[in-house]
Design a protein around this ligand. Structure first.
Ligand code: FE2
Length: 158
């Protein structure tokens, strides 16, 4: 909850977003794509990386199955996977918290978790995005346009 204070997010929203953000995570890639294609076309990136759809599909499930109506929480659920520019404080908080969560055991997450309460919130966000960029580059993986725009907003080279 310290992170939500840093970004000015209401604590009840942060708790709700934390509970609900991965509500579509257990769906198969086929199921994720089916939910989206009922609403819009998939981009080539999304067809190749369908797991990224669990944020957007999560907002559908959160609304339809769990009756969640708060737009800020729903948007944070959508944003937590890829990020995007001009995110709300809650979206920023969830995006960072998701990356540095205690169950993330890879070294970069451990390192950022240790630094989390020493850094200014925007610097922490910048480092999370930078770490993701480094990971994607090291494996020659594609960067989603929303993630790229977020990186540029934060002054990172993409
Ligand atoms: Fe997720």
């Amino acid at each position: 909850m310290t992170l939500c204070r840093a970004w000015g997010a209401a604590e009840w929203r942060a708790r709700l977003a934390g509970l609900m953000h991965d509500c579509a995570r257990e769906l198969s890639l086929k199921q994720l794509m089916a939910v989206i294609t009922r609403r819009r076309r998939l981009s080539p990136f999304e067809r190749d990386n369908a797991t990224v759809l669990h944020g957007e599909v999560g907002t559908v499930l959160a609304r339809q199955r769990y009756g969640l109506r708060d737009r800020t929480v729903l948007q944070a659920i959508a944003d937590h996977v890829l990020g995007r520019p001009a995110m709300s404080g809650l979206s920023r908080q969830l995006y960072v918290a998701d990356f540095i969560a205690a169950d993330r055991v890879f070294p970069a997450a451990r390192a950022l978790r240790r630094q989390a309460f020493c850094l200014e919130p925007e610097e922490l966000l910048r480092r999370v995005v930078e770490t993701k960029l480094t990971y994607l580059r090291s494996r020659s993986l594609a960067l989603h346009p929303d993630s790229e725009a977020l990186a540029r907003e934060l002054g990172l080279e993409v």
